[in-house]
Ligand binder design. Structure first.
Ligand code: FES
Length: 115
């Protein structure tokens, strides 16, 4: 599944989001329990409590890049998130309707050894 691009995001009045914050073993060790109340507070402070559903989920299969968070519809994958990233994602994506590219998941490309 590929992430959505900005052009595909719905108009503001149609937006309804689900946010999945990973509570798998790796992301939990990297701070998901601390990030969940930050996410809940940021959504409330943005006035989005009625349009954003937040769920703690199992592993999102991006353990090396955790903590991981998915936003639906999409999904849009966010990784290596911290409290600052969560506030930015809430403001830019959930409130503003634009993917927060600064925290978008970008798989590492392994360098091939030259022979
Ligand atoms: S534990 Fe979070 S992506 Fe695997």
């Amino acid at each position: 599944m590929s992430p959505l691009i900005d052009d595909e995001l719905p108009e503001a009045e149609e937006r309804r989001y689900r946010v999945h914050l990973c509570f798998g073993p790796n992301c939990t060790e990297r701070g998901s329990r601390v990030l969940m109340p930050v996410l809940e507070q940021a959504v409330q402070e943005a006035g989005l409590g009625d349009s954003v559903e937040i769920l703690a989920t199992t592993c999102r299969n991006r353990c090396d890049e955790g903590p991981s968070m998915n936003v639906y519809p999409g999904p849009t994958f966010y990784n290596r998130i911290d409290a600052e990233a969560i506030r930015a994602i809430v403001a830019e994506h959930l409130q503003g309707g634009h993917i927060c590219s600064a925290h978008l998941y970008r798989p590492r490309i392994e360098k091939r050894q030259r022979w």
